[in-house]
Design a protein around this ligand. Structure first.
Ligand code: HEC
Length: 244
């Protein structure tokens, strides 16, 4: 299920325009639910909608019509059966990746991982929104590296590459949130870490030592900068107000 979550958050699972625009499944279905703020010009009519048969994403399914639909909440029963026996979810997901978003053919194991993640998504009645925190981004980074390691064990090099790229994307998102005046060296440390990840040959022990170094040298500095970063709601409010 963790591999499924990692793939769900990886832009390179989708090909073409979506990957270039850093759009992953999670961009529209945040935390597997629905992103009411998703808006991409030419794809959305109103925030929270998307035309997934648009030729912007794919030539295979592009129907030449602009017909955005509300993004569904994947925790709720929908038109695609979640019954594992029918494997409808696996088939639908494959169609999305390959035809809708022009992505590379996913392996059967990747589809099974994605489907088990989607089947496990549940509504939390007591929590309507989930704040994006440094802790949640770091947890996703760890899940992504762990997922890449498991895919390498399976001999799925393509899948591991998708997740390593996704880990670099996550580092970029973390970096964007650091707006403190004293964060200059932390920015370069994150950039170095991202470059090391790109340069290292895809091997389990190298991924493990990369993560160990990250946890020892960068994670504690991120924690110290969190109060001055856009992860901090008060800092975010001030930052937004200064730009209005
Ligand atoms: C650009 C936004 C966008 C992205 C990216 C996206 N989806 Fe969706 N998704 C939608 C919309 C809109 C629908 C509803 C389509 C419809 O009603 O015809 C949908 C429908 C679905 C459904 C069917 C839900 C039901 O009704 O049972 C599933 C499952 C799903 N998406 C999973 C995924 C997965 C997995 C990915 C990544 C491979 C993904 N989506 C990427 C917007 C998106």
């Amino acid at each position: 299920m963790q591999i499924g979550q990692a793939l769900f958050n990886a832009p390179d699972l989708l090909g073409g325009q979506a990957a270039r625009a850093a759009v992953s499944c999670a961009s529209c279905h945040s935390n597997g639910r629905r992103n009411p703020a998703f808006f991409l010009a030419g794809i959305s009519a109103v925030p929270g909608s998307a035309d997934v048969s648009s030729s912007f994403f794919s030539l295979a399914r592009g129907n030449g019509r602009f017909d955005p639909k509300p993004i569904p909440d994947l925790a709720l029963p929908g038109k695609v059966s979640r019954d594992p026996a029918s494997r409808a979810l696996e088939g639908f997901t494959r169609g999305l990746i390959v035809e809708e978003f022009s992505g590379r053919e996913p392996s059967a194991a990747q589809l099974a991982d994605l489907a088990s993640y989607i089947r496990a998504i549940r509504a939390c009645p007591d929590r309507l929104t989930e704040p994006r925190t440094l802790a949640s981004d770091l947890a996703l980074l760890r899940t992504t590296i762990a997922g890449a390691t498991v895919l390498l064990e399976r001999g799925d090099i393509g899948g591991a590459q998708i997740l390593v790229q996704s880990a670099r994307f996550r580092l970029g998102l973390i970096d964007e949130r650091l707006v403190g005046p004293k964060d200059k060296r932390l920015h370069s440390a994150l950039l170095d870490a991202s470059r090391q990840l790109a340069a290292a040959p895809l091997q389990r022990d190298l991924l493990a030592s990369w993560l160990l170094r990250f946890e020892r040298t960068i994670a504690p500095r991120l924690a110290r900068s969190e109060r001055q970063s856009l992860y901090d709601p008060a800092t975010l409010d001030r930052w937004l107000a200064a730009r209005r």
